[in-house]
Design a protein around this ligand. Sequence first.
Ligand code: CA
Length: 229
Amino acid sequence: MSKILIIEDEEAIADLEKDYLELSDFSVTIEHDGAKGLKCALKDEYDLIILDLMLPGMDGFEVCKKIREKKDVPILMVSAKKDDIDKIRGLGLGADDYITKPFSPSELVARVKAHMSRYSRLVGASPQHNDIVEIRGLKIDKTARRVYIDGAEKNFTTKEFDLLTFLAENPNHVYSKEELFRKIWNMESVGDIATVTVHIKKIREKIEYDTSNPQYIETIWGVGYRFKI
Ligand code: CA
């Protein structure tokens, strides 16, 4: 879980930010004072810091500068005044982004997420966060959209990948061709559902050892398909 430090003296704002970030699965710590916030930022590891400009103890300019001397954690500066934002930019304190009060909590969450993904790419941490589905010898890397059988990569088209991933993530459930067509092709079931059969056949040729005796995707005659685990 990614950790965020909020340095903000207005408790109502800090609590609101915390609530919204926690809803998005972030772990949040709040400090209400500049000097304490700085201490906390330097002592513990955070994935991002949300820093208010006007703070008791030590203002946001100073806190930002001091954090930057030691750490390259993303810093999102918050200010009530547009002029302050221009000033922060002018000073080149090393803040990564700026947001002006009042802002909507969802805007804040969106900004935070954008910085998280950029930062994790920069430090090369993203491969560890790849979303992987692994069933016996089959491995689906959802982030990279790659499929491996016993470590060997198989080439999948977009729809083949989507169909296989959907079935693998919902194992032991029988889906009709109509349901699969609606889910994967995003259309009402007026299209040609035979395309599902064709895709299943292609997927099997890539992942099954013996397509006449499939180990992964089973045909339930007269009903549809089921991913076996
Ligand atoms: Ca303030």
